[in-house]
Design a binder for this molecule. Structure first.
Ligand code: GLA
Length: 393
């Protein structure tokens, strides 16, 4: 990962220089694709539900120039590693897992009828890896946007996000939902994005200027692939199957109201019942948070974030000692409206909604309390909602 505090302009010029040195010619395009933090709506995307992420000012930068021989020469600056493949037939690499994002994206774009040309490609990221801030979605979206730009091809951004999601499924082996790729493709500065993960309709929801979004990394990593994530997904599917005996019209937990769940929860054994309860209540909390943000009611939005964390901790069981400690430290710090784990859980980061004027004190207090309780150092980012993928000048 490149230096996390280096200004964007400096990172861009370093990447340009590096590209020129390595390939002996100038980059034709430079792409920036952001990571994300989810404000609320956790583990709802693969249940056809609602999410409310923001794109953050941490991103992947990718430089590319066209080649005429259908080869892709790929350089991962941060890993000091290279890969090469045929753009018309990208197979999965068994030895270089990092390259499978680019290979997968190239394959999925072509599966959708897009002709790609070869390219020299180089990329670097300052999205922390494995922290639950979607470093991999940012790489996929940067790769897709770069391949399309170099090949003079256009594609609807939602379709591009779907191609990236499929690459993650088939080339990285992670059965993720659509949230991460979608927000990296369609984020907007100073706004969160309310996404309906069933039909992919969305709208941007301005984040009130009086609040800041603070991301705090517990320093504990947990890989998604092959983990409890798959278990949760199948528990949700099981809940739908069991509820269908009483509610034959439902296709996903998205279709179940809180009242219906209460009426039929005897059909669900524990822990399936609690998993379903998290998803059903979380969907409503997303919509309520949007209403609160639009009304400028940060106190209410904060309460919903806290309720989300409790639900993820007790019903969905994806929190951890460190995540709980970080949330408690946030709630005890000045200016905090609310706080919760963000992303898949088990490790990674929390997100807090904090009053603008209290941010400095908040960060100091959060880090200190977290250290006292866990003996670990928190890495804290005060972030702001950024634009989704685009070319940089
Ligand atoms: C990961 C997945 C997302 C989503 C979250 C949990 O980030 O990639 O699709 O399911 O977990 O909300």
């Amino acid at each position: 990962m490149s230096n996390q505090t280096e200004p964007l302009s400096q990172r861009i010029s370093r990447l340009r220089d590096h590209f020129l040195q390595r390939f002996g010619r100038k980059a034709e395009v430079i792409v920036r694709a952001p990571g994300r933090v989810n404000l609320i709506g956790e583990h709802t995307d693969y249940n056809d539900g609602f999410v409310l992420p923001i794109a953050i000012d941490r991103n992947v930068l990718l430089a590319a120039a066209r080649r005429d021989d259908h080869r892709v020469h790929l350089v991962a600056v941060d890993l000091d590693d290279e890969d090469e493949f045929d753009v018309t037939a990208p197979t999965r690499s068994e030895t270089k897992a990092w390259a499978n994002y680019h290979r997968g994206v190239a394959a999925m774009l072509q599966q959708r009828g897009i002709d790609l040309t070869g390219a020299d490609v180089m990329f670097s990221s300052n999205v922390p890896i494995g922290a639950g801030l979607s470093s991999s979605a940012a790489v996929e979206v940067a790769a897709a946007f770069g391949f399309l730009a170099i090949s003079d091809q256009e594609m609807d951004r939602a379709q591009m996000a779907l191609a990236c999601q499929q690459a993650e499924h088939e080339y990285a082996g992670v059965p993720c939902g659509i949230m991460d790729q979608f927000i990296s493709a369609l984020g907007r500065a100073d706004s969160a994005l309310l996404l309906d993960c069933r039909d992919l309709s969305y709208r941007h929801v301005p984040v009130p200027e009086s609040a800041r979004i603070v991301v705090a990394d517990t320093g504990v990593r947990r890989a998604l692939a092959g983990s409890e994530y798959r278990v949760r997904r199948s528990q949700c599917e099981e809940a739908v199957r069991l509820l269908q005996s009483a509610l034959p019209g439902i296709r996903a937990l998205r279709d179940v109201s809180e009242a219906e769940l209460q009426q039929y929860e005897h059909l669900l054994p524990d822990p399936i019942r609690r998993r379903a309860r998290h998803v059903v209540t979380e969907n409503q909390r997303v919509l309520d948070t949007v209403a609160a943000l639009e009304a400028g009611d940060l106190r209410r939005a904060g309460e919903l974030l806290i309720a989300s964390h409790h639900s993820l901790r007790d019903d969905y069981e994806v929190s951890s000692t460190e995540l709980d400690a970080m949330v408690e430290a946030a709630l005890a710090a000045p200016g905090c409206f609310g706080s919760r784990l963000t992303g898949a859980g088990f490790g990674g980061c929390t997100v807090s909604l904090v009053a603008n004027e209290a941010v400095k004190d908040f960060v100091r207090s959060l880090a200190q309390t977290y250290r006292e309780r866990t003996g670990r150092d928190a890495t804290v980012y005060v972030t702001r909602a950024a634009d989704g993928v685009g070319l940089v000048a």
